[in-house]
Design a protein around this ligand. Structure first.
Ligand SMILES: N[C@@H](CCC(=O)N[C@@H](CS)C(=O)NCC(=O)O)C(=O)O
Length: 297
């Protein structure tokens, strides 16, 4: 993660009907760079909401300057939230080593999130959206909240439509910049006109698809929560701050209270220390007080 690169293609998709059959207790281990990485963060939120903490253990890898992920302790107060640490499930030093545990080896990019079947030493999935769908319904017999459905059949179409908009214009939008002034200008406009549109929408609805929280909200939330802390400053998403959007900001606070899995220290440490070309000094900027963590509760 030494630089901002294109979204890697996942190699392991998981049709969850298949995984469900092979899911014995405690067989899962999800390895993820939890807080700095927005896509990995989704999986932690759904794991928490579904009550899968006992069934799915987590090891959090730290990003390194050479783009690899390492399991090592970083001095970040956890405030009861997931922070980078050791790989307790396999005792490996890097995520690449964990990928290579599989019988057939692995030579592609070692991305987070990754779900490993610890017993069989097999990578089950490394596509975050597949993992959250799996956690939502595929592991219900292990979940403490089996009745919670974040992707009900009646809302599937709406969720898909929102995901499409959010994925390209917002979630990936904040990363697609910096090739040229012209590219930057058009991306910035796309990003902010989408945020304007969502802010308007949230003036009439609590969540994207109406009054229930869905996977689409979780995918939007993990970008929003990083917006003022990181993207606004580091990625030059400067047209507006998120706190200037009244509905979006209230929505973000609302979801944050339901799914408090963020560690702001780990988010800032990850981006400002590691994205070298964008922040050569590694200096972490001071935030206005209403962007601080405590303010969100
Ligand atoms: N399609 C994947 C993309 C995951 C992804 O882009 N992971 C990034 C961090 S957010 C990563 O691990 N990058 C390391 C690399 O590309 O080598 C998903 O959503 O799970």
């Amino acid at each position: 993660m030494g630089s901002v690169s294109s979204t890697p293609t996942p190699h392991f998709h998981c049709p969850f009907h298949l995984v469900r059959r092979m899911a014995p207790r405690d067989a899962f281990f999800i390895s993820t760079w939890a807080c700095p990485a927005p896509k990995a963060h989704r999986t932690l939120i759904v794991r928490t909401l579904k009550g899968l903490k006992d069934a799915v253990s987590v090891s959090v890898a730290s990003p390194e300057l050479d783009g690899s992920w390492e399991f090592r302790h970083r001095d970040i107060p956890d405030g009861d939230r997931v922070v980078p640490g050791l790989d307790n499930a396999n005792g490996r030093k890097t995520l690449r080593h964990v990928y290579r545990l599989r019988r057939w080896g692995y030579d592609s990019r070692s991305t987070v999130s990754m779900l490993l079947d610890v017993e069989r030493k097999e990578v089950v999935c490394n596509e975050s959206y597949d993992i959250i769908e799996l956690f939502n319904l595929g592991l219900n017999r292990l979940a403490k909240n089996p009745d919670l459905d974040l992707s009900p059949l009646s809302l599937k179409k709406k969720i898909k439509d929102w995901n499409q908009i959010i994925h390209s214009n917002v979630n990936n939008g904040v990363y697609r910049f910096a090739q040229s002034q012209q590219a930057y200008d058009s991306i910035v406009n796309e990003l902010f006109s989408t945020l304007d549109m969502v802010d308007d929408h949230l003036g009439s609805f609590r969540y994207l698809c109406g009054d229930v929280l869905t996977l689409a909200d979780i995918c939007l939330f993990t970008t929003l929560i990083r917006f003022d802390l990181v993207y606004n400053v580091l990625f030059k998403c400067t047209k507006r701050k998120l706190i200037e959007y009244p509905n979006l900001h209230a929505y973000m606070r609302d979801i944050h209270q339901v799914a408090a899995t963020c560690n702001f220290g780990a988010i800032m440490d990850g981006y400002y220390n590691i994205l070298f070309p964008l922040n050569p000094s590694s200096i972490r900027p001071a935030m206005p007080s209403d962007c601080e963590h405590e303010f969100l509760f």
